[in-house]
Structures are given as C-alpha cells and as structure tokens.
Design a protein around this ligand. Structure first.
Ligand code: SF4
Ligand code: SF4
Ligand code: SF4
Length: 255
C-alpha cells in the first residue's frame, strides 16, 4: 500500500475496522507478540537512502545535553520526551559501574508502529527511511504507542497526537545533522545514510562490533550502538521484552 493509499483511510474506515474486528486483531497481534511478520531482511526492501544513527556509548558521559537540545528544538512539553538517556548501575560498593544508553526512535526498517496505525498517520518515508507522524491524520488512538517495542512514542499532552523523534527532518533536509548529534558533548553520535557504503556511519558500522536494541523483534532498528550494555535486556516468559534500567519512562504518571 502506498502512502497516498494509506492516507485515504478515513476516520470512518477506522470505525469500520473496529466494528469488523480487523483493527483490534491486528493491534492485539502486534501488542502481544503474535505477529507472524518475517524478520529476515529482504534486499528488495532496501531503500536508496536510509538515515541511521550510531551511538558510541564509550564516549557518552550521561550529560543529557542531547535530551535538553531535543526538548528545546521541538518545545517538547514537560513529562514527555523524544530523546532521553537511560542508565544502568551495577555492582556493590566500591566495585560499581554505571553505563549510559541514549535512546530515541529507531526508525526501524520494519516499524511495528506503522503496521498498526489505522489512519496511515504514521509511515516510513520512501526517500530517506525516516518514520514520521502526520499530526493532521493522527486521531490519538495510541495503537502505535502500544505497538512500539522500544517505548519510543508518547501522546503529546498539548497536541493530543502521537509524537516521537523524527531525526530532525527540518535540519537534515538543509544538510544539517539532528540537534542531538550537533549538541553531543562527547562526540558519541554519528548520523548519516547507512545505504551509502562510503558514509562515515557505514564505515564505522562495518569496522566496529555494533548492536541494536531487541533484534528479536525483527524490526531492524536503524539506531546502532557501540559498547552498549544490553546485559539487562531479556525476553520474559510472556514474549515481551523487559529492560531493567532506570528511566523516566517508568515513572508513575507517564502518559
Ligand atoms: S522505534 Fe518504535 S516508533 Fe520508532 S520506528 Fe521503530 S517501532 Fe516505530
Ligand atoms: S495514535 Fe498512532 S496509531 Fe493512532 S492514529 Fe495516531 S499515529 Fe496512528
Ligand atoms: S549529549 Fe552525548 S555525551 Fe551527553 S548524554 Fe547525550 S549522547 Fe551522551
């Protein structure tokens, strides 16, 4: 289905989907890990351009400058955020360690948020692989928020529609890097076109041991990490993923 086709899905279609049970079953499958969606990358799905980010956690000092820069860039309301930094603390004093894990939308090659959106408001851009939300089409149903395996989305309390990182399209389209990359004190973030084998991010991904979050989900995240501590990431018996990290996203009252 093309983007244009998707956008022709109206609120009336959405209600009809609900009545027919089709929308509910799709979301339930995605939410509870019942989807049979293939996880194997398909070469035919590769885009001419796919923007991606590499985060070298060895250089991250947990300063949260990236989070603040993002807040300022988009005037993100208090209590929600597009970009944030989680951390893990391990050991017993005096043998302790703290590891940082900057987080944002992964702009997945197979985004589950797109699969469940009943109006086509959220989609993956053909020209650069960025996953976006069309606020004019979003009805605030929160399906995408539940479906995202990375907790990357939230309902914007001011606009009432789904929100998340969009790789700073307004900056990238002018040849600039995203605000979090521009502001990173540690130089830990590299942004670029991972479909271009000559780009800096491609060379770094090729020459370093990199990981992505929850590869078992088959989403093919396009945020890569060097040196990330994934040791607390595990799949529980119900087929859901838990990450035992300290994050504002687990605070009470999160929207
Ligand atoms: S991280 Fe979540 S919101 Fe972002 S593209 Fe992937 S599934 Fe969608
Ligand atoms: S809340 Fe998410 S799933 Fe629902 S219409 Fe908006 S973008 Fe689509
Ligand atoms: S700005 Fe850079 S160094 Fe600071 S928390 Fe963010 S990723 Fe880490």
């Amino acid at each position: 289905m093309t983007k244009e086709d998707k956008h022709e899905t109206t609120r009336r279609n959405f209600v009809q989907k609900i009545i027919a049970g089709a929308g509910v079953s799709t979301v339930a499958a995605a939410t509870y890990g019942l989807s049979s969606k293939a996880t194997t990358p398909d070469a035919s799905e590769r885009r001419a351009k796919q923007y991606a980010m590499l985060i070298d956690t060895r250089k991250c000092i947990g300063c949260h400058t990236c989070s603040v820069a993002c807040k300022a860039e988009f005037d993100v309301p208090l209590g929600v955020t597009r970009s944030w930094v989680e951390y893990t603390e391990k050991g017993t004093y005096p043998n302790v360690s703290r590891n940082f894990l900057p987080r944002l939308c992964n702009h997945c090659r197979h985004p589950q948020c797109v699969d469940v959106c009943p109006t086509g408001a959220t989609y993956k851009r053909e020209q650069d692989g960025i996953v976006v939300v069309d606020s004019g089409q979003c009805i605030g149903c929160k399906y995408c928020i539940q479906a995202c395996p990375y907790d990357a989305r939230f309902l914007n309390p001011v606009t009432g529609v789904a929100d998340k990182c969009d790789f700073c399209i307004h900056r990238v389209s002018k040849g600039l890097v995203p605000s979090c990359v521009n502001s990173c004190i540690g130089g830990a973030r590299i942004f670029g076109d991972i479909s271009d084998p000559t780009s800096e991010i491609s060379r770094l991904v090729e020459t370093n041991p990199v990981t992505v979050l929850r590869p078992g989900k088959g989403t093919e995240p396009q945020v890569y990490y060097i040196g990330a501590d994934h040791s607390d990431e595990h799949e529980n018996k119900r087929g859901w993923y838990d990450v035992r990290v300290t994050t504002h996203r687990k605070e009470k009252g999160r929207r």
